[in-house]
Write a protein that binds this ligand. Structure first.
Ligand code: UDP
Length: 310
């Protein structure tokens, strides 16, 4: 198949590109590299059937050859990134999704949009089912990401209803693994690097807020299954293994054999207090459950960061 991946030079996109290429597809990555990194795909650039186009998908782009599938992953995705690039985040969620849908419509291609657990905001129910509408502050600092993704879901759904485009919405929960950026501010790279350097782990608030971490290969498998299913979604893709951030800090300290302490810093505005995916729908519709447990996934990720910060 001829597959486009917007944001394919990012953390998740590069893993997805590699897997789809290994399965014999032709993969074209579109990325403007504001948070993606060419190094993530440097080993793919040499391969035939792989193309890279540096382009901001918020602006039009046209393809002559037939396209079968489009994974629309492009967006700043960590809280410090979307606070640094608020307008770009809103533009890629809105204009970028609109342009990607236009390509899908013209080529009669299937499209999968990477939505997010952030559409649930600071959720008042836990775990979150796809039927939950969320609790989002539209004008808070995270609103630029949350509302961009909510808009993206709305326009995806409209193109499915009114133009019969084959659409799929994946709501991605916290994902981790090799190729995360060391300093993207997210808790996984932050704690691992702090632990490896023997620095204190910066727990925000009292660390009682919860997250559920999914290893990247499981996530990629879920995305591919959703794209090749008949279901439009939205479907939660994440690992339901929920823990507090303080528990996570202790786990990182233990897996890295670190002497680091823990320090407490203020909780960012609108930081969700709980987050856990209900994955019953993914299980029944896609026959998908995550396979990599947190100890295995974190150990692989720690090895990656050990090399990165050498
Ligand atoms: N967090 C933390 N210390 C850090 C970075 C993050 O305690 O150095 C917390 C953050 O407040 C949030 C959780 O870890 O409650 C996950 O944050 P992350 O930025 O990874 O992603 P989010 O799930 O908030 O989008």
């Amino acid at each position: 198949m001829n597959i486009i991946i917007t944001g394919g030079a990012g953390f998740i996109g590069s893993h997805l590109s590699e897997r789809l290429l290994n399965e014999g597809n032709t993969v074209t990555v579109i990325d403007n590299l504001i948070t993606g990194n060419i190094k993530n795909i440097s080993n793919l650039l040499k391969r035939k059937n792989f193309n890279f186009i540096q382009h901001d998908i918020s602006k039009p782009i046209f393809f002559d050859s037939k396209i079968d599938q489009i994974y629309h992953l492009a967006s700043p995705a960590s809280p410090i990134d979307y606070m640094k690039y608020p307008i770009q985040t809103l533009k890629v969620g809105a204009l970028g999704t609109y342009i990607t849908l236009g390509i899908a419509k013209r080529h009669n291609a299937s499209i999968l949009m990477a939505s997010t657990s952030e559409v649930y905001g600071d959720p008042l129910v836990n775990p979150q089912k796809e039927t939950y509408w969320g609790n989002v502050n539209p004008i808070g600092p995270r609103g630029v990401y949350d509302e961009a993704k909510r808009y993206a879901e709305a326009i995806i759904e409209a193109y499915r209803r009114f133009h019969n485009v084959k659409t799929h919405i994946a709501r991605i929960f916290n994902t981790y693994g090799p190729r995360m950026r060391p300093y993207d501010g997210r808790v996984v790279p932050a704690f691992i690097i702090q632990a490896l350097k023997g620095e204190p782990l910066t727990v925000f608030g009292k660390g009682k807020q919860t997250r559920s971490f999914c290893y990247v290969s499981d996530l990629v498998e879920g995305l591919i299954r959703l794209m090749n299913s008949n279901g439009p979604g939205p479907i939660n893709i994440g690992n339901p293994d929920e823990m507090t951030i303080l528990e996570f800090a202790h786990l990182v300290i233990s897996l890295t054999d670190s002497n680091s302490d823990i320090t407490y810093e203020p909780l960012p505005i609108d930081d969700p207090k709980v987050r856990q995916p209900d994955i019953n729908k993914a299980e029944s519709v896609l026959n998908w459950v995550p396979k990599v447990n947190i100890n295995t996934g974190l150990s692989r990720t720690i090895d990656f960061f050990r090399e990165t910060i050498k």
